[in-house]
Design a protein around this ligand. Structure first.
Ligand SMILES: NC(=O)c1ccc[n+]([C@@H]2O[C@H](COP(=O)([O-])OP(=O)(O)OC[C@H]3O[C@@H](n4cnc5c(N)ncnc54)[C@H](OP(=O)(O)O)[C@@H]3O)[C@@H](O)[C@H]2O)c1
Length: 239
């Protein structure tokens, strides 16, 4: 693996912790794996886009986060489990005074989530809105903390504040596209970490499913090459 920009040098996968930990706090960053034509899944899964380089970045981003935030659509589509840091990530977290595992925070309007799902078998929270089904809310409350932010829809700014209040100030959002678009529209994303996989997917779902109200400007912070897979980290500098 080689850091190409800003200062070229060889990297080991464990160096990624140091590289990705250099972020301001509080900060919300989004991490995605993307094909070169912008596709983010094939046959409903991001699995065909994944490579060892992406796996290394995926786990390093998780290791330096206080909490991992994900939309319920991704939890359902990808069969999400609890966050399980790799040994290098556990060492890094311990050395930096972080608990071993960051919680998985699922954002859902409908609460169409199974309390028996394995995503609730580790540290977890669910963020929903006041109008969500009361029965579903009470069933989920038995297995996880359910945070209410907003009335008829999840108020994402309030949700981020609620996470900050719990001490989760470095947030990693792993998608999916609907949640990313909503966070970007509200100006809540400071960084975008993309794995650019050299694949073309054709008519596949894309990074952003809807038009933004204004183009978002990005500024490249680093570029890493791992066997032809590029890890690009951008600051979101605004509309
Ligand atoms: N390539 C990648 O890195 C990557 C990353 C993530 C996902 N994906 C792919 O993306 C696809 C899933 O896409 P998606 O757009 O459905 O995923 P998503 O954004 O994870 O999920 C959408 C769902 O999340 C909840 N949600 C999102 N934004 C919300 C908001 N502002 N307020 C309240 N609830 C909100 C809602 O859940 P409820 O329906 O429960 O109300 C909504 O239906 C899958 O095929 C997955 O493989 C790819």
């Amino acid at each position: 693996m080689r850091l190409l920009l800003p200062h070229p040098r060889q990297l080991s996968p464990d160096d990624l912790h140091e590289i990705y930990s250099g972020q301001t706090s509080p900060c919300l960053r989004a991490g995605f794996v993307v094909a070169l034509d912008g596709g983010i899944s094939f046959a409903g899964s991001s699995r065909p886009l994944r490579t060892p380089t992406d796996e290394a970045a995926f786990h390093a981003l998780r290791a330096v986060a206080d909490a991992v935030v994900v939309g319920a659509g991704t939890v359902r589509a990808e069969g999400y489990g609890p966050v399980r840091p790799r040994p290098g990530g556990l060492v890094w977290r311990h050395a930096h005074g972080l608990p071993p595992v960051p919680p998985l925070v699922t954002v859902s309007r409908s609460l169409d989530l199974d309390p028996a799902d394995r995503c609730f078998s580790g540290p977890s929270l669910v963020v929903t809105c006041a109008s969500a089904d009361r029965h579903r809310k009470s069933r989920l409350s038995a297995v996880t903390e359910v945070v209410v932010a907003g009335e008829d829809d999840v108020d994402l700014s309030a949700a981020v504040c609620a996470l900050h209040e719990r001490g989760f100030t470095r947030l990693l959002c792993e998608g999916g596209p609907q949640l990313l678009a909503a966070l970007l529209q509200r100006g809540l994303v400071e960084e975008l970490c993309l794995t650019l996989t050299p694949l073309l997917l054709g008519a596949a779902p894309h990074l952003l499913p809807t038009a933004l109200t204004a183009p978002q400007q990005l500024e490249l912070r680093h570029l890493i090459d791992g066997d032809g897979v590029l890890l690009a980290r951008y600051a979101v500098t605004g509309a």
